[in-house]
Each structure stands twice: as structure tokens, then as C-alpha cells.
Design a protein around this ligand. Structure first.
Ligand code: K2U
Ligand code: ZN
Length: 167
């Protein structure tokens, strides 16, 4: 298993729209495994393939307290959503930045598991937020795009300054 480098905002590759997975072969299974390892190490509760510069529709999520229940979703699709909730979000591609984002309270997501079986998950709370956050990554969208232009400018300036210091 390998740790994968995570792209940092505003890297333009984070804006690429991921392509549907056509065949769940060994390479996809290994990708999901490496993404899960990378997510746990970060640490995070979700990770999209876009964030590791692989533009295929794969996400991994683990919102369990025990951090030992990884969920790998291939070609995830929100097929129903209800209500609204506002949650403080962060992102492994935007380190150190947290802000409130309004999202659907409940979502129904259809996806393929790593055996190629079609599954459906009904989620609320943090799992619903994470599913929406990760599926947005696959569409080339980052949570900061829900914020004002002024906030996005300030975030870019802050991250650019941090990058200079650590260069
Ligand atoms: O996509 C990512 O960068 C992973 C996010 C997913 C996420 C963000 C906000 C709310 C729910 C999920 C990371 O896990 S950000 C780090 C984090 C860790 C624990 C709880 C919330 C956020
Ligand atoms: Zn993110």
C-alpha cells in the first residue's frame, strides 16, 4: 500500500471533472486501498480520487469513531436529497481553513462497491456532509467555492504565504 500526495488548493487539477470508472479492475481496487491509507494518515474522514490527481470517480469515507470502517464508492451519484444543514467543513486540499457550508441534511447515494455490486446508501448528519463534499470533488468543486469571493481571495493569499514560508 502507498501514501499518495494530496493536491493543494488552488491547484487547477482540483477543478478537473472525474470520468466514470468503466471497469473495476485491480488498478481501481489498489487506488481505493491507497486512498484509504492516505485518508487515515492525513487524518481525514473522506478523500476523493481527484485530490490525489487521479481523475476517476472513486471516493473513500470513514466517519466511524473506531476509524476501521472504510467505505469505497465507485461512480457515486446522489439520487435524492432532502432538507438542509449547516456544518463547519475543512478539506485536506485546503489545510488550516474551516468554514460553514450549507448542504442537504439527508442524501440517498447510489454507487458500485469494489466487487462491482450496485449499492444504495441513505445518509444523514456527518456522513451526508462527507458524501456531498467528496462527490463535489469528483465534479471539480472545492468547499471554499461555497464561500464569498472575498473569503476565497483571503484563503488563496493565506495559502500562498504559507507556501512561500515552507518553500
Ligand atoms: O475531502 C476532504 O478533504 C476530506 C475532508 C472531508 C470532510 C470535510 C468536511 C466535513 C466532512 C468531511 C476531511 O476529512 S477534512 C478533515 C476533517 C476531519 C474530521 C472531521 C471533519 C473534517
Ligand atoms: Zn475536501
Amino acid at each position: 500500500m502507498s501514501l499518495l500526495p494530496i493536491l493543494r488548493f488552488p491547484d487547477p487539477r482540483l477543478k478537473k471533472k472525474a470520468a466514470p470508472v468503466r471497469s473495476i479492475d485491480e488498478s481501481i481496487i489498489r487506488l481505493a486501498r491507497d486512498m484509504a491509507e492516505t485518508m487515515y494518515e492525513a487524518p481525514g474522514i473522506g478523500l476523493a480520487a481527484t485530490q490525489v490527481d487521479v481523475h476517476q470517480r472513486v471516493i473513500v469515507i470513514d466517519v466511524s469513531e473506531t476509524r476501521d470502517q472504510p467505505l469505497s464508492l465507485v461512480n457515486p451519484e446522489i439520487v435524492d436529497s432532502q432538507g438542509q444543514q449547516v456544518c463547519e467543513e475543512g478539506c485536506l486540499s485546503v489545510p488550516g481553513i474551516y468554514d460553514k457550508v450549507a448542504r442537504a441534511e439527508n442524501v440517498v447515494v447510489r454507487y458500485l462497491d469494489l466487487e462491482g455490486e450496485e449499492k444504495t446508501i441513505e445518509a444523514d448528519g456527518l456522513l451526508a456532509v462527507c458524501l456531498q463534499h467528496e462527490i463535489e470533488h469528483l465534479d471539480g468543486k472545492i468547499f471554499v467555492e461555497h464561500l464569498s469571493q472575498l473569503k476565497q481571495m483571503r484563503i488563496k493569499a493565506k495559502l500562498a504565504k504559507q507556501a512561500k514560508i515552507t518553500a
